[in-house]
Design a protein around this ligand. Structure first.
Ligand SMILES: [Zn+2]
Length: 109
């Protein structure tokens, strides 16, 4: 399972593991189109996650198509410009996210 539909803070989300950030990102179904497939997900349009302050902001920007993730060149990590398989969520991650708790430091967004 590469994607998991959960409730996060009372809101529907779809979480998935990012192989570049070694953490999970999520989308809000309804704001993104999702094909509903947890093993071979497609999200559109692209997902762009930023964090940090404006002077040293980090960015992870990618397309997810049929379970493959294609990172855009403006990503600030080592996989920028590359396309790789979206990894499966671990059973620990599925258990964690299924609880619907927010991470204490706001990560995973
Ligand atoms: Zn990422």
């Amino acid at each position: 399972m590469k994607a998991l539909r959960i409730k996060l803070g009372g809101e529907d989300r779809v979480v998935f593991r990012c192989p570049a950030c070694e953490s999970c990102h999520n989308i809000v179904p309804g704001r993104w189109r999702w094909n509903g497939d947890v093993d071979s997900p497609t999200f559109s349009p692209s997902v762009r996650v930023t964090w940090g302050n404006t002077k040293s902001a980090s960015c992870c920007h990618f397309f997810v198509t049929n379970g493959r993730v294609k990172f855009c060149a403006d990503s600030t990590h080592a996989l920028a410009g590359q396309e790789v398989d979206l990894p499966d969520l671990t059973s620990d991650e599925v258990a964690f996210w299924s609880e619907g708790r927010l991470r204490p430091h706001g990560g995973g967004a």
